[in-house]
Design a protein around this ligand. Structure first.
Ligand SMILES: [Zn+2]
Length: 130
């Protein structure tokens, strides 16, 4: 059963959507905490209202070094945004490389997965991330 590849039901997709939104909120929480620690109190109000990557550009003091610290979160947020886009466009759950269904168990661990384990493994060998 665990190796099964099948389409997701509508209910499962909604569950993954919920997980993705929760993970997105967790990441922004992390980012806000990092920023508060890095650039201090003068920007508290601005930082608290940050919810999208574009909002960060509005904070003048944000230097490249600070953004560099957030690189991992940024990548994950982009993957989440893409997964949410695929849900809205009925494309969620398929591997972007080979088009096969990504295993349910893999999506449970990483709902923002874009590739099946086979393609992901091949990409990593070639040194391509994603
Ligand atoms: Zn694949």
């Amino acid at each position: 059963m665990s190796r099964e590849r099948r389409p997701l039901t509508g209910k499962e997709v909604q569950e993954f959507k919920q997980k993705l939104l929760e993970q997105k909120e967790r990441l922004w929480q992390e980012i806000r905490e990092t920023l508060l620690g890095k650039i201090g109190r003068d920007y508290q109000d601005q930082i608290r209202s940050v919810n999208e990557w574009e909002d960060l550009a509005q904070i003048d003091l944000l230097e490249e070094t600070v953004l560099g610290v957030l690189e991992a979160q940024k990548e994950e947020l982009e993957a989440i945004a893409q997964a949410l886009w695929r849900i809205d466009n009925d494309e969620y759950g398929r591997c972007l490389e080979c088009g096969k269904w990504i295993r349910y168990k893999r999506l449970q661990i990483r709902p923002w997965s874009s590739y099946c384990t086979d393609c992901k493994g091949r990409k990593e060998k070639k040194g391509i991330s994603g």
